[in-house]
Design a protein around this ligand. Structure first.
Ligand SMILES: [Zn+2]
Ligand SMILES: [Zn+2]
Length: 458
């Protein structure tokens, strides 16, 4: 659940590091020869530490900005272009994704950061940027200070100055403290500087990593079509900075300015399409026997071929599983259930690798609820709808953490020109009956397609 508290291992370790580095730096400053220049630098550094602490606590307590529970778009017509979140019981607002650790849909989810025990999202973006840029500045000063201290220590080792500088004050404990502080400062400076570069890049492009995956796939699939996918939020780097800062300060993060000819729902729609296509490459299995974690109950051959670097899951006999990927004697998939004539993902997610020998395929002839809200809408026609690129999609499913389910599947809906947009929106206003028949039709289509695929596989 969304904790937003400093009392977690991440923030406490981060605070511990800040105290260690700050203590070592202050100590080195005291022992060194005081000049106006070094004092001025020291005061600047203290200011930086204040900024680090301020932005750190602000990042935690402002939080990433959660989409309100049971959120729906103002214009109901846009529901068709959104995925539904079962846990938040609402639609996923444009640019939002569900974070498993926080247990909520997060506006413009960047990543879940264990050091602040929260997500980095729209609302705390400004503070997080301040944090990741001020930390390397402060740490570089600290590292230099500690290194100079140690150099001076050795240089004066055999001179009279040594006793004056170090002789009375430097205990072995403090000496070790300076070494630890310097090493920590150097490590933290490098690691956080890398994070800062990623953050700055994402602001210049106004695109998160998750959106990068969706965008890449959408562009790849619509490359040859007349209306290739355009990432709607890239307004040029200057405007991107302005827009990201504006959204973050105002804490909106839902109603974004978009490029000409694009809409705020293009990304959600591309994601929905990728999910829909991905749904076609899911196969249903029933669990025969319990394999145990890493498949240890299934014999040494299976245990040895276990994908160790990936998440593996245990299964219970009778469970229904979906799988979309195979490697050797293992499938990658998740637990599902049947509800109202549709197959739905079980939450909390039970996803990972399991042994093929523990399950048997069943053909339920039921569609998968890729939208998550029980509706199975007629897919809108596109130029290359039947363009099959089954090689994609599944790779990213493995990376699925922190609500990055976004990366699955392929075949996004192409961006449409304004004129076409209105025309194609019409089916949304159809009476319910008609929609139901569409759903049925679609189910038949789906079944036919699945049978075809099954034949192909055999
Ligand atoms: Zn959610
Ligand atoms: Zn989170």
């Amino acid at each position: 659940m969304a904790t937003q508290s400093v009392f977690g291992w991440g923030p406490l370790v981060a605070l511990g590091l800040i105290v260690l580095i700050a203590y070592a730096t202050t100590y080195c400053h005291q022992v060194g020869k005081a000049t106006l220049w070094s004092d001025a630098l020291f005061v600047t550094w203290v200011t930086t530490v204040v900024v680090v602490l301020y932005s750190f606590f602000k990042s935690i307590y402002v939080g990433p900005g959660f989409v309100p529970l049971k959120w729906r778009p103002k214009d109901e017509a846009n529901i068709e272009r959104l995925t539904y979140c079962h846990i938040c019981e609402g639609y996923k607002a444009p640019r939002s994704h569900h974070c498993r650790q926080c247990g909520r849909c997060v506006k413009v989810l960047d990543h879940h950061c264990p050091w602040i025990n929260s997500c980095v999202g729209n609302d705390n973006k400004v503070y997080f940027l301040l944090f990741v840029t001020s930390v390397p500045i402060g740490c570089v000063y600290s590292a230099v200070k500690c290194v100079l201290f140690l150099i001076r220590y050795y240089q004066t080792m055999f001179s009279v100055q040594h006793a004056r500088y170090f002789g009375y004050r430097l205990t072995p404990g403090r000496f070790a403290f300076v070494i630890c502080g310097g090493a920590a400062a150097l490590g933290v400076a490098l690691a956080v500087a890398m994070l800062a570069v990623i953050q700055i890049k994402s602001i210049l492009k106004n695109k998160t990593d998750i959106e990068g995956w969706i965008d890449d796939k959408a562009k790849r699939v619509t490359k040859k079509s007349k209306t290739p996918f355009i990432f709607p939020y890239d307004l040029g780097w200057r405007n991107n900075i302005k827009e990201v800062m504006r959204q973050s300060v105002r804490r909106d993060g839902i109603n974004w300015a978009v490029r000409e000819g694009c809409t705020n729902y293009d990304m959600s729609q591309a994601q929905l399409w990728q999910k829909r296509t991905h749904a076609q490459y899911r196969y249903t299995f029933k669990v025969k026997t319990r394999p145990g974690r890493w498949g240890w109950r299934m014999g040494w051959r299976i245990l040895c071929s276990c994908p160790w670097t990936q998440a593996t899951i245990d299964l219970q006999p009778g469970d229904l599983m979906h799988a979309w990927r195979q490697r050797g004697k293992w499938y990658c998939g998740e637990k599902v259930r049947v509800e109202n004539g549709m197959i739905r993902t079980v939450y909390p997610l039970h996803r990972g690798w399991f042994p093929i020998a523990a399950v048997e395929e069943v053909d339920l002839q039921l569609p998968y609820d890729y939208r998550g809200d029980g509706l199975f809408l007629q897919p809108p026609p596109t130029a290359n709808d039947d363009d099959d690129n089954s090689e994609g999609g599944d790779d990213e499913a493995e990376q699925d953490e922190q609500g990055k389910e976004a990366a699955q599947g392929q075949q996004p809906r192409q961006r449409r020109a304004n004129g076409q947009d209105k025309q194609q929106k019409q089916p949304q206003k159809q009476p319910q009956k008609q929609q139901q028949t569409q759903q049925q039709q679609n189910r038949h289509q789906h079944q036919a397609q699945k049978q075809k695929e099954n034949k192909k596989r055999k």
